[in-house]
Design a protein around this ligand. Structure first.
Ligand SMILES: Cc1ncc(COP(=O)(O)O)c(C=O)c1O
Length: 444
């Protein structure tokens, strides 16, 4: 008898014991017990297709068998679990595999730092290093950016309600409009104008930090020319380019790094989420070797380079990144998903966005949350994104079988149709116009 044979079905203990801060359990109110590939199962034996994939932490699906075998073999052999940053066989295997499968084929001779295990730890380390190396305090982040919840990362994050949680002023970050934020206008012109003007009030930054596709921010895609212009401008003003590839790296858009098609060579790259491949907490900061100006222990942490995650990460790189098969699969599945999103968008008058296997359907906030709920009723897990939660965000495992992807898209389409066909109980709260949004922010 295992825990799973006697799984509770009642959420009362969660409501009674867990803090009000809990969130996804409210959107998906059931007790999950098992997970295999693109499927989650609950305690009542119901099967769900997972189009959320741990917010991008499960690019290879749940309990991927090769990764599970490597992990079980390591644990069964009493491999070291915790070792701070002492050398272990698992750590060395990860570093060498990462070099062989990722860095060398892309001619990216980065040094690798393994900070604390979550994405925000990687972001904190990256901006700390950029400030140290350049001696400049300001980091430039973009509208709708999401970089994490600890204070340094939160200062880089755009969302007002998340920022308000800090309880202290969030300093040393300048904000600029992301690609497409000003409609047709090229936001790099705006950036160059402000940073080239000694009287603009915007300090020359230590670094620019960006996501090439803003995932939490609403699936906002930066074009390759925009990314190239930004990289060239950063170089001109001696600012470092930090790409936060935490959610859209590890193959989410096709190639291992999301910035490869634009030909970028960022100074610093943040990775986390799907790096361990198994949903185990694990992060890395990659930096040009000249930037590796840390002194020993200057940035540390108890859980750096968690050994079981090193094992599954190396196994994932061997399994999925020894050739271009996964990238080709992602591109094929992305075309399938994009076609279905375009059809849904056209039918209901909703813009669609995306690259690779991250896609957004912009329905407005009320409808997006109703669609997520209606999808859950149909056995599909899918979340919303965007400043007002106005985007239904598709984020399936990259390895999802084409048939399961189509089945999930059928369920999503049924949910979308049901919500659009339903006469709203109240007028749907759609995205207000600019003046109304300003009034809403200041409570006027
Ligand atoms: C782009 C990006 N950066 C940073 C983070 C923070 O990662 P974590 O939640 O693991 O701290 C996230 C999380 O969603 C993310 O999407």
């Amino acid at each position: 008898m295992t825990l799973l044979d006697h799984a509770p079905t009642d959420l009362a203990p969660v409501r009674r014991l867990e803090s009000e801060v809990r969130s996804y359990v409210r959107s998906f109110p059931t007790v999950f017990t098992k997970a295999v590939g693109p499927h989650l199962f609950d305690a009542r034996g119901r099967r769900y297709i997972d189009f959320f994939a741990g917010a991008g932490a499960l690019n290879y699906g749940h309990n991927e068998p090769h990764l599970k075998a490597a992990l079980l073999e390591y644990l069964t052999a009493d491999g070291v679990t915790h070792s701070l940053d002492m050398a272990t066989a698992a750590r060395i295997r990860f570093l060498e595999t990462f070099e062989r499968r990722v860095l060398l084929p892309r001619d990216l001779p980065y040094k690798v730092m393994l900070p604390g295990p979550t994405g925000t730890n990687a972001v904190e380390a990256a901006v700390k290093l950029a400030r140290k190396v350049t001696g400049r305090p300001t980091v430039l982040a973009f509208t709708n950016a999401f970089h994490g919840m600890t204070l340094g990362s939160l200062a880089l994050t755009g969302n007002a309600s998340k920022r308000a949680g800090a309880g202290v002023p969030l300093h040393h970050v300048a904000r600029m409009p992301f690609a497409g934020y000003l409609g047709e206008g090229d936001t790099i012109d705006h950036l160059e104008r402000l940073l080239g003007d000694p009287s603009s009030g915007v300090d020359v930054p230590a670094a620019f930090i960006l996501e090439t596709v803003q995932a939490e921010g609403g699936v906002n895609v930066a074009s390759d020319p925009w990314l190239k212009r930004l990289a060239a401008f950063a170089r001109r003003i001696g600012a470092l380019l930090i790409v936060d590839d935490i959610q859209v790296g590890c193959g989410r858009t096709g190639p291992f790094f999301s910035f490869e098609p634009a030909g970028l060579r960022p100074d610093i790259v943040c990775l986390s989420k799907s790096l361990s491949g198994y949903g185990l907490p694990f992060s890395a900061v990659l930096m040009r070797s000249e930037l590796d100006q840390w002194s020993p222990g200057e940035h540390n942490g108890t859980f750096r380079g968690f050994n079981p995650a090193c094992v599954t990460a190396a196994a994932a790189l061997d399994r999925f990144w020894s050739d271009g098969a996964l990238t080709a699969d992602v591109q094929r599945r992305a075309a399938l998903a994009a076609g279905r999103f375009e059809a849904m968008g056209a039918r209901h008058g909703c813009p669609v966005r995306g690259r690779g296997l991250i896609r957004g359907l912009v329905t407005g906030p009320a409808r997006a949350s109703a669609i997520s709920r209606a999808a859950f009723e149909r056995g599909l897990i899918i979340e919303t994104a965007g400043p007002e939660g106005e985007v239904v965000k598709l984020l399936p495992p990259l390895t999802i079988d084409d048939g399961v992807l189509a089945e999930g898209l059928d369920r999503l389409e049924a949910a979308v149709d049901a919500v659009f066909d339903r006469p709203p109980a109240e007028a749907p709260r759609e995205m207000p116009e600019v003046t109304a949004r300003i009034a809403a922010r200041v409570g006027a």
